[in-house]
Design a protein around this ligand. Structure first.
Ligand code: NAD
Ligand code: TDX
Length: 342
């Protein structure tokens, strides 16, 4: 099988590329990625040595590139996106372009090229915040941020190709991922790397927001089950077994690292901060036989150890003045001073 992965130099995409090459010896992977600030070829060291992996630097919104890349492809797994909620609050232009326009271009060109299966990787955030109960795949979409709104729009755009043309689109909606190679703007790698350096951990508001954490390899296994056995036109929620408040996670990180709780710094909250996501994941478990295999405590221990032993990887990112440091200042200076969000 010839599989096109978009966004395969990012966090989850690179894990998926490495996973697929290892598990499917007869398949070749084309990896289309623009290498934005979040894309990193050093996530793909193993894959870059493989004759079955071809990396193409390109933009999913660029029609000629997409047309060319789509030739001879059997299956598309579409990860490429702008993914950080906080960045979407500062400027959402790239979110609209990549997440909506890019998904439209890809699904349309995949259909025209005769692709047999298109798996669109989405997020639990499209359902919006839910204080109690769980959101099944049939729940209405009530996204809050420009990021989640652009993902919800991309889901609908992709599904429209199924509804109007019976082009076999499948959608996954997963909870928060964690693991090695996650860009240190996201909660877990930011808190772990700050703790390594004894720098305060900026916890938004009271830290009572709730997330369901899934190890990235469990997400890759879930996507594999959808690629192999999912039904066209269907949506599959993917979730771990437990929920955690952010403050409990911050305390657990510090305990596992032997660092003092005083490193936690409560800062101004994220505007429109979703209190809780809780997708109901019975469908993928029942119909496709998927289950998470890594407990959060075990996965977090291993993840902390990875960031401790791969400091070159994240120090290079954190020392980038444009992509990281200026963003970090913009995002956190006002928060740390208890100021209003501008
Ligand atoms: P990431 O930000 O780490 O990586 C995104 C990748 O997409 C980068 O390699 C980037 O260079 C590439 N990209 C961005 N714009 C592009 C464009 N216009 N053309 C081509 N490539 C482009 O993201 P991630 O955390 O790995 O998330 C991957 C997917 O999974 C996203 O669609 C996201 O919405 C979804 N998702 C993420 C999580 C999570 O917790 N991280 C949870 C659920 C769903
Ligand atoms: O500095 C921080 N302090 C803090 O308290 C950051 C970066 C985050 N937080 C909180 C906000 C959230 O409640 O931690 C929680 C997790 O934050 P993020 O890592 O930014 O993730 P979230 O907003 O939940 O979105 C993530 O999960 C769904 C991914 O970034 C999305 O791409 C995915 O779709």
């Amino acid at each position: 099988m010839r599989i096109l992965v978009t966004g395969g130099a990012g966090f989850i995409g690179s894990h998926f590329v490495n996973y697929w090459l290892k598990r499917h010896a007869g398949d070749s992977v084309i990896n289309l990625d623009k290498l934005t600030y979040a894309g990193n070829l050093s996530n793909l060291r193993e894959a870059m040595k493989s004759a079955r992996h071809r990396f193409i630097k390109g933009d999913i919104t660029h029609l000629p590139t997409v047309k060319r890349t789509m030739k001879g492809v059997d299956t598309v797994v579409h990860f490429a996106a702008e993914t950080h909620v906080d960045r979407s609050l500062l400027n959402a232009d790239a979110f609209i372009r990549t997440n909506i326009q890019g998904t439209f271009t890809l699904t349309q060109e995949a259909r025209v090229a005769g692709v047999k299966r298109f798996v669109h990787i989405s997020t639990d955030e499209v359902y919006g915040s839910i204080e109690k109960g769980k959101t099944p795949e049939t729940a209405p979409l009530e996204p809050s941020s420009p990021y989640s709104s652009s993902k919800a729009a991309s889901d609908l755009m992709a599904l429209s190709q199924w509804i109007t043309h019976r082009f076999p689109v499948l959608i996954t909606r997963c909870t928060n991922n964690y693991g090695p190679y996650q860009y240190p703007e996201k909660f877990l790698p930011l808190f772990i790397t700050n703790a390594i350096d004894n720098v305060p951990l900026p916890l938004y508001g009271k830290g009572i927001n709730i997330r369901n954490w899934l190890h990235v390899t469990d997400h890759c296994r879930a996507i594999e089950s959808v690629v192999k056995r999912g039904k066209p036109g269907q949506i599959y929620n993917i979730a771990g077994d437990r929920e955690w408040t952010n403050i409990a996670v911050a305390k657990l990180i510090l305990t596992l690292m032997g660092k003092p709780g005083s490193l936690i710094r409560h800062v101004t909250d994220r505007p429109g901060h979703d209190i809780r996501y809780a997708p109901e994941s019975g469908k993928i478990r029942r119909e496709l036989g998927w289950r998470p295999s890594v407990t959060f405590e075990q996965g977090l221990k291993e993840t902390i150890s990875w960031y401790e032993t791969h400091q070159d990887w994240w120090r290079k990112i954190k020392s980038d003045k444009t992509a990281y440091q200026s963003y970090y200042r913009k995002q956190y200076t006002h928060r740390i001073n208890g100021g209003k969000y501008s």
